[in-house]
Every structure is written in C-alpha cells, then in structure tokens.
Design a protein around this ligand. Sequence first.
Ligand code: DC
Length: 221
Amino acid sequence: MIVAIDGPAGVGKSTVAKRVAKEFNLLYINSGSFYRAVAYKHLSSGKPQENEEAVVSTAESCKFSLDAEDGKLLLDGVPVEHLLRTPEIDMASSAFSSIVAVRKIVNQALRKAAGTLDIIMEGRDITTVVFPDAELKFYFDGSLEERTRRRLRDYQDAQPFEAMKDEIDKRDYNDKNKEFGALKRSPDAIYIDTSYLTIDEVCDKVVQKIFEYTQLKGSGE
Ligand code: DC
C-alpha cells in the first residue's frame, strides 16, 4: 500500500506521517529530506549555489539509501537527517528543487527507496507526480501564521516571527510555481486543514481513512 501526503511547509506532514507509519507498520519516507540532502552536500562543497549545472552534478553524485534499522536517510552511506534542518538548507533545498533535472534524480531515488514496500511518503508532488496511483492520497493545508508558529517551535536558532513568516511565504511561492512538480492539490486527495486541529486530531482522521480503505479492500469491494 502507498499512502501519499502533500502540502506546504510546516503543515504537520512529517509528524503525522511518522505516527501513522508506526500504527500501520508502513515505511515512512520524507521526500523533502532527499532535496535537503542535495542542498547539504552542495553547500558543504563550497560550489556556487547559482550554478545549476553544478547543483545537478551534486545531485547526480548523491547516493541515497535508508537505514535498515530506523528508516532514516543516509547520504553516501552516512546518516545526515540531523544536519538538514537549518534556515540555509530550507532556502537552498527549495531553490534547487525547482531544477527539473534535480527533481528527476530525486524522484527516481524516491521510487527506488520505496521499492515494493508498504510506505507512507510525504512531500509536495507525491500525490501528483511520484506516486499518482497511490491507494490513499492526502493534502494537508494550514494558515501561514500557524505554520510559522509551528516552525518556530521546531527550530532551535529561532528567527523573529515576521522573518520566518516571510521565509515560509517565499518557499510556498517557489513550491507552488515550479515548472515541474509544483505543489498542488490533487483532485482525488483527501483535504485536511490542520490550522485548528491538534496533531492527534489530524492523525485520527488519517488513521480512520486508512482503516476504512483496508476494510473495504479486505471485503473485496
Ligand atoms: O518538506 P521539506 O520542507 O523538508 O522540503 C524541503 C524542500 O524540498 C521544500 O522547500 C520543497 C522541496 N520539496 C519538493 O520540491 N518536493 C517534494 N516532494 C518534497 C520537498
């Protein structure tokens, strides 16, 4: 079974997907981490950020795999997840993910990581491009203010509220206006506005839908 979740930054996708993965024994894959890993490797190399060819070559050189124990992303065989959440990587991963060749490389790596396993994957174009035939699709949404508050809670080196809000707004714009793989609501995705819901409430909704789906499948309908 493939469960796909898309939505803008700070909407609660990762937290919910991780919990739901445990509940249904699915492999959790955070597609944003793959873009972040490309950005991390490129920024660490000291090569110019504006040079698209150099960014594509960095992406080509990335070997992505998932840790067999905890499912966390390994870049070139090394755990990197704990290094990927900084304001610099937020902006660079958003910019690099607009490059079509980078998206193709990441999409291939995502499908390979999923293999034939039962998975829950979240990102921006999972329901539309990476797994358009996913059995269950969700689109999470949320107000810019609430998503900013959540991001500020997540990041240690917090910026002022307005600066973080502007940054998320810019990322939303980038993510929704890509030539290929833009964030959009798939017509067959279940829409959940998470602005006024707790994480538990969002999880309950997703769990309920998966449960209904598995019941229906089990009954042969
Ligand atoms: O979900 P995230 O914030 O960790 O993602 C980091 C960046 O990667 C985000 O700005 C957009 C991009 N991304 C994407 O373009 N497509 C995806 N499927 C996932 C993330």
